[in-house]
Design a protein around this ligand. Sequence first.
Ligand code: PHB
Length: 393
Amino acid sequence: MFIRTKTALRLAIGAALASAVAFTAAQAQDTVKIGLIVPMTGGQASTGKQLDNAVKLYMQQHGDTVAGKKIEVILKDDAALPDNTKRLAQELIVNDKVNIIAGFGVTPAALAAAPLATQAKVPEVVMVAGTSIITEKSPYIVRTSFTLPQSAAIMGDWAAKNGIKKVATLTSDYAPGNDALKFFKDHFTAGGGQIVEEVKTPLANPDFAPFLQRMKDAKPDAIFIFVPAGQGGNLMKQYAERGLDKSGIKVIGTGDVMDDDLLNGMGDAVLGAVTAHNYSAAHPSQMNKDFVAAYKKAYNARPGFVAVFGYDGMHLIYEALKKTGGKADGDSLIAAMKGMSWESPRGPISIDPETRDIVQNIYMRKVEKKDGELWNVEFETFKDVKDPGKAKK
Ligand code: PHB
């Protein structure tokens, strides 16, 4: 009798455990979890804010269920410090069992997570970081942002062809800045241009004033600038304070410095600045007009390119899940993402099936004032630009 009871008890406990496990598995299968790792604090906090805003906006517009799966976003702040990124990615993968990691406001953060994506076979959707090499660091990385060579090479060609002979460069001293510098320089000098001064500014808490003085002293026709999203406002304020806007030196660069998010705060000192970039809030498509209006309504702010990168990152995830019929393992999702193409607020974009990197238009733009506001007005389009950083290898 006693033996029987014990056996029955054991069986009952076993069944309870089994059903608990089954219940968890069923729940897990019904939910697709995205670990969104972004800088919400520190010098790059505006990047985190824009990404978070854009992800929420996409989900408001498209719902939180796709292919029968509930989408759950778990937001983590890495303050753009790669040690934090790595620890958070590990926790998200091991403890929260996320299906996808996404975000990554700076290159070192995207690189820190890459080995974990590979080991766990979890897709890493890079929504901001722009160094060419990133997608080569894991077969599970897909990028919806950009690469700096895409815009810097085009800017170099344009400057050489448009009467600019001498350039001083100011670039942020880390990997994407070095990509931007190399590709600008190669293309500008191949077209006959000359670099008369090169300065590199620190990524963390930069004081641009002494660097700007060196730019001014070099007496170039133009200064070429790359700083990451979020830093352009402060840089251009110091630029005006030093009187560079009255020096006759033109401002050119990748579009990061003229971030639409900050542009109106820069004031008239930036009128006439010419940059090459993938997104302008003034892009004249209906889709972009709707996007800018919806973002403004939700957050009382103008979206910058980072917001578009996040919005497109969510689109990629949603569409990949539709294509797999809700299967959320890494290999199925990556296979679905390769070659995908769609219309973004920035124009037509696609994921190169070979490199998992983004292919997009690059626009030449000039800062103009319209109805009392500053805009990056597009005046020339280079279509379907692949990353020249990879083509060169
Ligand atoms: C980067 O760290 O790769 C990065 C971040 C923001 C940008 C560009 C590049 O605007």
